[in-house]
Design a protein around this ligand. Structure first.
Ligand SMILES: CC(=O)N[C@H]1[C@@H](OP(=O)(O)OP(=O)(O)OC[C@H]2O[C@@H](n3ccc(=O)[nH]c3=O)[C@H](O)[C@@H]2O)O[C@H](CO)[C@@H](O)[C@@H]1O
Ligand SMILES: C=C(OP(=O)(O)O)C(=O)O
Length: 428
C-alpha cells in the first residue's frame, strides 16, 4: 500500500489546472448505458473511481476507450448491446456511485441485479430514497443477500416523486431512470448540485427532455430512446476548493485555472472571512495570503449552494492554524469527523460533540504519521502536512487516489515537497 510523505513548510506558489469533476464524470459514465450509440466524454479525470466504474461497465458489455484528446483526456463509452445486467459486490462496494447503474440498466433492459453500494464510510448511507424513486417509476424491487433485484418488464412509467430530504445520489438515480420512462416525471425537492446539472444537460444533449435544471423541481418527459453525444465534464469544484484551501494554509499565492469560480462561492466567502485574498481570473481564481494569522470562521455544511460537506475536512485543517476558536458543523453525514483524531496527531486542538467540532487554533502543527480514513479526510491531512513543521506521512492513500488526479505533481509544481512512497505495508 502506498504512502504519501510531505515535508511541510513550503509556501505554495504557481498555477494548478483543475480536472473534470469526479462526481460528475462517474454519473455521466453511467448515462452511457442509456443509449446504443457512443457517448464521448472529454475533460475526464483519470482517477481510481473512473477506472473502477469503467471496469464495471465493461462487465455489462460497454466498450470503454480512453485516450488523450484536444480537451484533456477523453473516454468513449459505447453500450451497443447490454450483455449483462448484473453488477457484482466486488466492483460496486469500491465506490458508492456504481450503484447508479441500476436505474439505467432497468430503463434500458427492464431488469437488473446490482449489489448494495460501498463508498466512503462517512455515515450509514442507506439507499432507501433511490429504491423508493425507482419503485414510484414502476419497478418491482426485491432485496436479497446484499443485492437489489429490480424488474420493469413493461418499462418504467413517469411519476410525481417528492424526496423527503435532499439527496444527490437519489436525484441523479431517478433522473437516469426517468429519461426513458413513459410519460412525465416530476422530482420535487431535488438536489441542485452542479454535477446534477451537468448530468441533466448531457442527457438533454443525448435527446432527453429535462426541464428545471439547477432548480429543486426537475420535470422529465420520457423519450423512446437516446442518442450518443459529445460532452465536456464540468470542472471539479471540490478539487478546486481543496487547492484553494491548501494555498491559504501555506500562506502562498496560487492561481487555479480551468475552473468555474461561481461554483465555489460558499467556500470563497469563508476564505475571505478568514483573511485570505481571493480574486477572480478569466478562467479561475487567484488565492493569496501573506503573513499574519488566519481568522477563525464558523462553517455549517449544507446542500448546494451551501458549504459543501466534501470541503468540510479541508476547511477544518485550515482552521487548526487560526487565531482563535471556530465551530465546524456537519449536517449531511453523521460520521464525517474521522480526520479529527488524525489532525490532532499533527498537534491540532479539536473537540467533537455530535455533529459539531470546536477547533481552537494553534500556532503551529508538527509532522507525524497519520492515516487516511476517507477521500476528503485524507486530503485534509495533506493540507495540514503542507503547513506542518517537519515530515508527515499519510497511510492508506488509496482513498486519495479515488478523487485527486496527479496530486503530487500538481502540488509539486507549486513548490510543495510531496512524495509517494511505493508499496509500504502499514500493518492495518
Ligand atoms: C459520488 C458522489 O456524488 N458523492 C457525493 C454525493 O453522495 P451521496 O449521493 O451518497 O449523498 P446524498 O446527498 O445522497 O446523501 C445525503 C444524506 O442523505 C442520506 N441518504 C441518501 C440516500 C438515501 O437513499 N437515503 C439516505 O438516508 C445519506 O446517508 C446522507 O446522510 O453527495 C454528497 C453530498 O453532497 C457528497 O458528499 C458525495 O461526495
Ligand atoms: C464521499 C465521496 O464519494 P462517495 O460518495 O463515492 O463515497 C466524495 O466524493 O467525497
Amino acid at each position: 500500500m502506498d504512502r504519501i510523505a510531505i515535508t511541510g513548510g513550503a509556501r505554495l506558489n504557481g498555477a494548478i489546472p483543475i480536472s473534470g469533476a469526479k462526481n460528475s464524470a462517474i454519473k455521466l459514465m453511467a448515462a452511457s448505458l442509456l443509449t446504443e450509440q457512443p457517448l464521448r466524454l472529454t475533460n475526464m479525470p483519470r482517477l481510481a473511481d473512473t477506472r473502477f466504474l469503467g471496469e464495471l461497465l465493461r462487465g455489462l458489455g460497454v466498450s470503454v476507450t480512453e485516450q488523450d484528446g484536444a480537451d484533456g483526456t477523453e473516454t468513449v463509452l459505447h453500450a451497443a448491446e447490454i450483455t449483462s445486467t448484473f453488477a457484482p459486490y466486488d466492483l460496486v462496494r469500491q465506490m458508492r456511485a456504481s450503484f447508479n447503474v441500476l436505474g439505467p440498466l432497468l430503463a434500458r433492459t427492464g431488469h437488473a441485479r446490482v449489489s448494495l453500494p460501498g463508498g466512503c464510510t462517512i455515515g450509514a448511507r442507506p439507499v432507501d430514497l433511490h429504491l423508493q424513486a425507482l419503485s414510484a417509476l414502476g419497478a418491482v424491487i426485491e432485496l436479497e443477500e446484499g443485492y437489489v433485484s429490480a424488474q420493469a418488464p413493461k418499462g418504467l412509467r413517469g411519476a410525481e416523486i417528492t424526496f423527503p430530504f435532499v439527496s444527490v445520489g437519489a436525484t441523479e438515480h431517478a433522473l437516469l431512470a426517468a429519461v426513458l420512462a413513459q410519460g412525465v416525471t416530476v422530482l420535487h425537492n431535488a438536489a441542485r448540485e452542479p454535477e446534477i446539472g451537468d448530468l441533466a444537460h448531457c442527457l438533454n444533449a443525448m435527446g432527453a427532455r429535462v426541464e428545471g435544471i439547477d432548480t429543486p423541481t426537475l420535470t422529465i418527459t420520457g423519450v423512446g430512446s437516446l442518442s450518443g453525444a459529445d460532452w465536456s465534464v464540468i470542472p471539479d469544484r471540490i478539487e478546486a476548493g481543496t487547492y484553494a484551501t491548501a494555498a491559504a494554509m501555506t500562506g502562498g499565492d496560487v492561481t487555479l485555472t480551468k475552473m468555474r469560480p461561481a461554483l465555489l462561492t460558499a467556500l470563497t466567502a469563508k476564505l475571505r472571512e478568514a483573511g485570505v485574498t481571493v480574486d477572480e481570473t478569466p478562467d479561475g481564481l487567484r488565492i493569496r495570503r501573506d503573513g499574519g494569522r488566519l481568522q477563525p470562521v464558523d462553517v455549517t455544511t449544507e446542500v448546494y449552494p451551501g458549504f459543501a460537506t466534501d470541503l468540510q475536512a479541508q476547511f477544518m485543517a485550515l482552521m487548526t492554524l487560526a487565531e482563535g476558536e471556530s465551530v465546524i458543523s456537519e449536517t449531511i453525514f453523521e460520521n464525517r469527523f474521522m480526520h479529527v483524531p488524525e489532525l490532532m496527531r499533527l498537534g491540532a486542538d479539536i473537540t467533537v460533540h455530535g455533529g459539531e467540532a470546536r477547533v481552537r487554533g494553534v500556532e503551529a502543527l508538527h509532522g507525524a504519521e497519520v492515516m487516511a480514513t476517507d477521500l476528503r479526510a485524507s486530503v485534509s491531512l495533506v493540507i495540514a502536512g503542507l503547513a506542518a513543521e517537519g515530515e508527515t506521512t499519510i497511510g492508506r492513500v488509496y482513498h486519495l487516489d479515488r478523487g485527486f488526479e496527479r496530486l503530487e505533481e500538481k502540488l509539486g509544481a507549486c513548490g510543495a515537497e510531496v512524495r509517494r512512497l511505493k508499496g509500504y505495508e502499514d500493518g492495518h
